[in-house]
Every structure is written in C-alpha cells, then in structure tokens.
Design a protein around this ligand. Structure first.
Ligand code: NAD
Length: 380
C-alpha cells in the first residue's frame, strides 16, 4: 500500500481534534442486531470510566458523537466531585427507544462493553431501562444499576433524594447557621421519584412547601399522604413556581430551568435541587451570584444515585450507600466556602475542586494502573 493512502484525511484529523480531551472513543457496529453505538471514555485518572448509556434517535452520527463527548466529560466531573474512584464515560445508542430496541441489541452492546475489560461500566440513562441492561449483563459483568433481584442496588432515587436533603441542610447552615427546616419555605418543581421524597421529608421536619407538577394528581396525592404532618403544602401553577417567595427553589424536574427569564423572576435565597443541567449556560451562574442567590451545583447535590451505582460494584449495601451520601453535606458547604473566600461562583468552585482532585491523582498515577476496574484488580 502506498504511504500516501495511509495518511489521515482532513476529516480524520478533525475527529482527533474533536476528541482531544478524551482518552478513547469506541464505535460499536453490529449489523445483525442493528446496533450502532458510541462509547466515549473521557478520563480514567480516578478509576474506570462510569456512566449510563442513552438511547436516542440522533439525526446524524455527528450529533451522537457530540452528545457522548459532552456527557462523558460531565461524568468525569460528577465522579470527581463525590468520594468515589471512577472516571468519566458514557454510551449512546443511535435509535428510537420506542421502536428499535431489542434484547439482541443489548446483548451485542454488552459484548462491546465487555471488550473494554473493565475500563467502562454502564447502566441506564434516558431511553434505556434496567431490563435492557439485564440483557447486556448476560454478556459482561461491567453493568451497574440492575434491579435488586439481579444483584443490583434498586431504586437510585432514594439516595438521590437524601443527597438533596443534605444539600438543603448545608445551605441552611451556610445561610442561617443551623440545619433546621422548621418554618422555612421551599418551592419544589417536579414531584417525581426524587421531588416527592424531598417534599415529604421537608413536611415532616416542619417546613412549608409550594409545589408544582404537570400531573395535578401527584400534588393531590402528596397532600393526601402528608395531611397529618406539621408542614403545609401549597399547590401552584406550573409556571408560577418561579415567582414564589421562598427560602429555596428546589428544581426536581427538567434541565435548563435557570435561564435569563427565570432567574429574573426568582424570589429565593438559594437554588438546591436534583435536576440535571439546571443552568442553561455557565453564564447563568454569574447571574445568580449577582442577584445574591446561592447556587448548589446540581452535579454535587444529585450525586446520591451515582454513589449508589458505583458502590454496587462491591455488592449492594444500602447502609453503606447512605453513609457515603452524607458526604454531600460537607461537599456543598465546602463549595460555598471556597466560592466566598475566592470571590468566584459556586459553579467555578465545584469545577475547580474536581480539577484539583484529578490533578493530584495524576501526579500519583502511572499508565498501568489507570482505568482498571475494582473487579479486575481483585482477580489479578
Ligand atoms: P421523574 O421523571 O420521576 O420526575 C420528574 C417529575 O417532574 C415528574 O413528576 C414530572 O411530571 C415533573 N415535571 C416535568 N416537567 C415539569 C414541569 N415543567 N413543571 C413541573 N413538573 C414537571 O424524575 P426523577 O427521577 O424524580 O428525577 C428528577 C430530576 O433529577 C431529573 O432531572 C433527573 O435527571 C434528575 N436526577 C435524578 C436521579 C435519580 O436517581 N432519579 C439522579 C440524578 C439526577
């Protein structure tokens, strides 16, 4: 073969530019099952990559690649922010989860995950379910977040909600010098798996809450289940939640809720919630800061679920998960403190802490210990 033909074309070089901050990208193609997937391993300095696999009808392969690169980088930060020894990775399967899914596709995906020999652990994300990964787990041990009957940790919204409560306690401590919820007011957006549990806890501890959900019956169910508790529930219209005067806005529904328009309307002292990607862009962290609203970075507050899936690799143990989730209280307080001392946003302080943890580990690492799974280490 002529050397000329082996030279990378312009587009190939572009791909390397695109993935410059990532360690490894795996394109998975299995025509028999129709699987087309991309796995991105962003950084394994702290341990093997960990991140869910999303299934989505991406319009182009480029869209899928951009998404998996972005999401896997986010996982590096999320893992670094919590006290777990994992790096950042993510998978995306190209296809419509309502039409294209088959068990064979997930078994094929499991084989690709297995080929990475523990450099990448995965489980559910948007468009995939625990049952899908029961099929993948027939091909590889590197799956987490399985149902309890398959040795998994079960419902991850329990530690996630607990983490939100720790975040709220840390916020109270920072603002008022006490963790106490009695007599405080909270505006909760979304009463799903996480929001409902947070709401119940707040009512039990004597806080009053304003709530909204697209399903009115969920609000009615909360009112019914908590009528004997000390706190009071006030139902508000979906869009009116941004105007409520309260101590804290607690977003537990969708992302992007902190934008120019909503921040302008917020009448709270802090934002602490489970929703992923709450800030529409990083600039919104400055905007909140200027308005004097304390922001607890979402990826720290909602880390309880991640702590559970990471912990599951040592065998499910809810007590251990809850003990580890408690670290969210200290993590949030430390971020508030760093931000105040350095005069930066809480978002910048959180990112800085993560970069520091990775940098310190890089100084200790050598190539042969990077990205190896706990299971791999035990076997060898
Ligand atoms: P969920 O789907 O169970 O609940 C979301 C709730 O929000 C639903 O009741 C829905 O009706 C409501 N909702 C949607 N749009 C709304 C709107 N515009 N206004 C008011 N309510 C609205 O999800 P969940 O598991 O409770 O997760 C909530 C958020 O936390 C999501 O952003 C999720 O990505 C994030 N998160 C969840 C976990 C977890 O362990 N479940 C972990 C980390 C992050």
């Amino acid at each position: 073969m002529q050397l000329e033909t082996l030279r990378p074309q312009e587009s190939t070089r572009d791909i390397f530019k695109m993935i410059a901050s990532h360690e490894q990208i795996v394109f998975c193609n299995d025509p028999a099952s129709g699987l087309q997937a991309i796995i991105a391993i962003h950084d394994t300095t702290l341990g093997p990559a960990l991140g869910g696999t999303r299934m989505y009808p991406y319009k182009t392969v480029d869209d899928a690649l951009v998404d998996v690169l972005r999401l896997s980088e986010g996982m590096t930060y999320k893992c670094a922010a919590t006290d777990i020894d994992f790096g950042g990775g993510k998978g995306v399967i190209i296809g419509d989860p309502n039409q294209d899914k088959t068990p064979a596709m997930f078994r094929a995906y499991g084989q690709f995950v297995d080929s990475l020999n523990g450099r990448f652990y995965t489980g559910t994300d948007m468009g995939t379910t625990m049952d899908d990964f029961v099929h993948a787990a027939k091909e590889t041990p590197f799956i987490n977040g399985l149902p309890e009957v398959y040795g998994g940790g079960g419902d991850s919204s329990i530690p996630t909600a607990k983490g939100v409560i720790y975040g709220l306690e840390a916020t109270n401590m920072f603002l008022y010098g006490t963790k106490d919820f009695v007599g405080r007011t909270y505006a909760i957006q979304g009463l799903g798996k996480v929001g409902f549990k947070v709401a119940k806890h707040l009512l039990k501890t004597g806080a009053n809450i304003y709530v909204t959900d697209i399903y009115e019956e969920t609000v009615a169910r909360l009112q019914e289940q908590t009528k004997d508790l000390p706190g009071v529930v006030y139902a508000v219209e979906k869009d009116a939640i941004y105007d409520v005067a309260a101590d804290v806005f607690v977003p537990c529904a969708m992302g992007g809720v902190l934008n120019d328009e909503t921040i302008n309307r917020l009448n709270v002292k802090a934002v602490v919630g489970s929703a992923n990607n709450q800030l529409q862009a990083k600039a919104q962290a400055d905007q909140l800061d200027k308005k004097g609203i304390l922001y607890a970075p979402d990826y720290i507050v909602n880390a309880g679920g991640l702590i559970q899936v990471a912990d599951e690799l040592y065998g499910p143990n809810p007590e251990r998960v809850m003990a580890k989730t408690e670290s969210i209280y200290d993590a949030v307080l430390a971020i508030y403190d760093t931000a105040r001392r350095k005069g930066i946003t809480t978002n910048e302080a959180a990112d800085m802490n993560c970069q520091q943890r990775i940098k310190e580990q890089q100084a200790r690492n050598n190539f042969f210990t990077r990205g190896r799974s706990p299971k791999w280490t035990i076997k060898s």
